[in-house]
Design a protein around this ligand. Structure first.
Ligand SMILES: NC(=O)c1ccc[n+]([C@@H]2O[C@H](COP(=O)([O-])OP(=O)(O)OC[C@H]3O[C@@H](n4cnc5c(N)ncnc54)[C@H](OP(=O)(O)O)[C@@H]3O)[C@@H](O)[C@H]2O)c1
Length: 246
């Protein structure tokens, strides 16, 4: 059994999640800030609406700065299931997670808990695979960042979600990752709800990251049928759409 999974993104009216290939919004961009207008905290609505125990993020937003190159400290890849779940971190009352999908172990996560008091209790967690260098896992352990090793070369997303439920009691995950993470979740039928806040701007641009950047449908595959749950206007001409996966 896996948790309920909601995709939540803020997108331009034409579904773009950023301005151009390679533009990392976490680094800040005055154009995207202008597009967001008075939408100060893009997490706030999803947090208030769904009360998730996990916000899920993709490595595509966090690869800058990249950590120093790491060399395996131990021979051979880490075994599946060699998770790091220290009891003092995992069992803290009211524990919530910022979980990062990083199958290759490339992201040099710098924080355990966010310093912002509004996010007290939210802790980093890494979902990784056997492709992660053992030295990377050692660095996570040194920093007190829990991780799950699930999958051979990438994170086996379905199994990882099941483990979040089994090992950490997670019932609701909101994925705020980029389009490739959303696309992988969609193609693997791991999405229950899609909530998008559309900004009244058109970005365009071939190759610009957008909602559900996945492989094209094969002739046998069908698009994902959705049922409208809600449609409301937010400030400054934004539209908030909520769909349940049928
Ligand atoms: N507007 C918004 O709401 C919003 C939200 C987030 C990001 N962004 C922007 O979007 C851009 C990044 O988006 P992106 O699409 O390039 O990257 P992304 O979705 O953030 O990262 C790709 C993620 O998907 C994982 N993944 C992809 N296919 C997979 C599969 N088959 N199995 C398991 N894991 C899989 C990758 O894992 P591996 O690391 O293992 O490859 C990685 O974690 C940035 O510009 C960022 O600023 C915008």
């Amino acid at each position: 059994m896996r948790p309920r999974v909601i995709i939540h993104n803020v997108a331009s009216m034409d579904g773009r999640l950023t301005l151009a290939p390679g533009v990392d919004l976490m680094a800040g961009d005055e154009r995207w800030a202008a597009m967001m207008g008075d939408l100060a905290d893009p997490y706030a609505w999803a947090r208030a609406t769904h009360d998730p125990q996990v916000f899920l993020e993709g490595s595509g937003s966090l690869l800058n700065p990249v950590g120093a190159p790491l060399h395996d400290a131990e021979p051979g890849p880490p075994a599946e299931g060699t998770h790091f779940l220290p009891a003092d971190v995992v069992s803290a009352p009211g524990r919530h997670w910022f979980a990062l999908v990083d199958g290759a172990g490339r992201v040099d996560l710098q924080f355990t808990e966010w310093p912002d008091p509004a996010w007290a209790g939210w802790h980093s967690l890494v979902l990784t695979s056997r492709a992660a260098p053992t030295a990377h896992l050692a660095r996570l352990r040194d920093r007190g960042i829990p991780y799950l090793v699930v999958g051979e070369t990438r994170v086996a997303l379905g199994r990882a979600l099941e483990l979040l439920r089994e090992r950490l009691g997670v019932e609701t995950v909101v994925s705020t990752g980029g389009g490739r993470l959303g696309g992988a979740l969609l193609r693997q039928h791991l999405v229950d709800e899609i909530d998008v806040e559309l900004l009244p701007w058109a970005v365009g641009g071939r190759g610009t990251p957008m909602l559900f950047d996945a492989a094209p449908l094969t002739p046998e595959e069908w698009p994902t049928r959705l049922e409208l749950l809600g449609c409301e206007t937010a400030g400054e001409g934004r539209v908030r759409l909520r769909y349940r996966v049928a």
